[in-house]
Design a protein around this ligand. Structure first.
Ligand code: MSP
Length: 501
């Protein structure tokens, strides 16, 4: 209901002219948005790294709902359940892989629910429709000559589920996990990745926004220019995966399986209408560690399968925890419940989006979160809302032209949002909150009892709530409800200050 209100407000309160201009600019074909997160390995409960991408996807989804309507946005998340890594984790607990993952999935779903994340589908790579898609594509790619049989001899890190060459290793260990690396020698089917080198370079050149941020795009281009080797896309030394339709002694390489979740998630083979409405994805959000799979393998697989390419891959940075790498073994990990316990859901969401530019690495600390909660959410937003509500409760409002809202840089905010500059979006919104707080100080409505000023402030607060809705939905809905009521009342405190900030 509140979202409905917000949606209505979005058109209504924005300067009419700008809005018309904007709607003319968006072509019909663009009036939808499809956002994805990586599908997570369910070998443990979700931590802050998983939560981060999923919260950002939720923010993007909500923002596009405001722009295009709820029914024109699709947000996909889920779990990557096959492969050696999961098989090993299950074995450790003396469970069969499916039984093992079935127990972890509710932990992911609960975490997303607690964080107020509203996805359209939670896909599991063990879902039947997904398995059907992967098999059909494997057959298609095999039939068109892009898959051939050979033997893989080389290194494999199960932690990364990735192949490495000798020169990638650091002292004989995986460059990411720093653990001893497995040497493989087994029959394998290969995908002709080398054939796609020029096509990929052309793609990056013709679509400069395909990979973001730009410095990561350059890294990918340089590496692709060094040459692409054909890729082993099947394993036959273990069983936990999707069988190749043309050789049931092999299972698909887990990344070949996993990447196709993005098309099966919108029902590639089962619902043509849904698929055509949402595909190609507008953005795949990923962490920087899995950019190569998404920027190189994924478009090559799609080109081979004859499916159109996503519009953008955005690789974000990594969070450290108190300046140290997140690591379970060293106790440097923060799970979703711990994150929420610090200052509540909205403050956690706000902090993750505000503290660091999307794309850069960031450092998480409880102290920094509490500081932002106290200084920005409680002091600035909370105080504005409670002061204005209190004054309106006593004095009422008188409708007038809202001149105050002109100080809100709405066009700039839209551009920043669409450029994934969420920290700057929040900066702009909070600059306007400062303007509103100063306006009260200056006009002293409690002395002159000017209820027109209170009307301007009420309308401005409604607009602020709407723009903050993607970030802090629960608070925004509370504010919207409070300020849309016939009789506005002071109401509860939105953010209680936390000591030790
Ligand atoms: N299953 C693959 C993705 C397949 S997508 C077709 C995978 N899963 S994962 O569970 O290991 O990681 C998922 C995401 O979490 C990655 O995008 C990774 O970058 C992200 N993060 C893991 N630790 C992180 C931080 N410390 N900070 C931010 N993101 C981090 O990879």
């Amino acid at each position: 209901m509140a979202a409905q209100n917000l949606k209505k407000n979005f058109g209504a309160t924005k300067s009419g002219r700008a809005y018309t201009r904007q709607s003319n600019r968006i072509s019909l074909a663009k009036r939808k948005f499809y956002v994805t997160t990586p599908i997570y390995y369910p070998n443990d409960i979700p931590h802050i790294g998983h939560a981060y991408t999923t919260i950002v996807a939720d923010v993007i989804s909500r923002w596009n709902q405001l722009k295009f309507g709820k029914e024109n946005v699709f947000f996909l998340t889920g779990t990557d359940e096959h492969g050696k890594k999961i098989e090993q984790a299950a074995k450790k607990k003396d469970k069969r892989p499916k039984e093992f993952v079935d127990e972890l999935i509710p932990k992911f779903k609960n975490a997303w629910q607690k964080l107020n994340i509203k996805y359209n589908r939670f896909i599991r790579t063990t879902d039947k429709d997904h398995e059907k898609v992967v098999k059909e594509i494997l057959q298609r790619v095999y039939d068109n000559g892009d898959i051939y049989k050979g033997e893989y001899e080389g290194f494999y890190c199960t932690g990364c589920e990735a192949y490495y060459t000798e020169k990638d290793l650091v002292d004989g260990c995986c460059p990411i996990h720093k653990t001893k690396i497995e040497k493989l020698k087994e029959p394998s089917y290969f995908f002709r990745l080398s054939k796609y080198q020029d096509k990929l370079l052309k793609l990056y050149k013709e679509n400069p926004d395909f990979i973001s941020p730009q410095h990561r795009r350059k890294e990918v281009i340089n590496r692709v220019k060094e040459g692409l080797k054909d890729l082993s896309i099947s394993r036959n030394s273990f069983k936990w995966g999707i069988q190749l339709p043309f050789d049931n002694t092999h299972i698909a390489y887990v990344w070949f399986d996993a990447l196709f979740n993005y098309v099966s998630g919108v029902k590639y083979l089962d619902d043509k209408k849904l698929f055509e409405k949402f595909w190609p994805a507008d953005v795949h959000l990923i962490g920087k560690d899995i950019l190569w799979f998404h920027a190189v393998y994924w478009p090559a697989f799609l080109l081979s399968a004859g499916i159109s390419l996503p519009k953008k891959i955005f690789a974000h940075g990594w969070w450290t925890f108190d300046k140290e790498k997140i690591s379970k073994s060293r106790g440097k990990v923060i799970n979703v419940d711990e994150l929420i316990a610090i200052a509540g859901v909205d403050s956690a969401r706000y902090f993750l989006l505000r503290a660091t530019p999307f794309g850069d690495d960031g450092d998480f600390s409880e102290k920094a979160l509490i500081e932002r909660h106290n200084n920005e959410l409680a002091n600035k937003l909370g105080n504005l809302v409670s002061r204005v509500a209190g004054l309106i409760e006593k004095n009422g409002v008188t409708k007038c032209e809202n001149k105050l809202i002109k100080k809100l840089k709405i066009n700039k905010i839209e551009t920043l949002f669409d450029n994934y500059e969420f920290d700057k979006v929040l900066n702009e919104i909070f600059a306007f909150i400062d303007v509103c707080n100063e306006y009260i100080q200056k006009k002293k409505p409690w002395e002159i009892k000017d209820t027109k000023i209170l009307y301007e402030l009420k309308e401005s607060i409604l607009k602020i709530a709407q723009l903050l809705w993607p970030f802090i939905p629960e608070t925004s809905e509370k504010i919207t409800k409070q300020f849309s009521a016939e009789k506005i009342k002071k109401g509860e405190i939105l953010f209680r200050k936390i000591e030790n900030g």
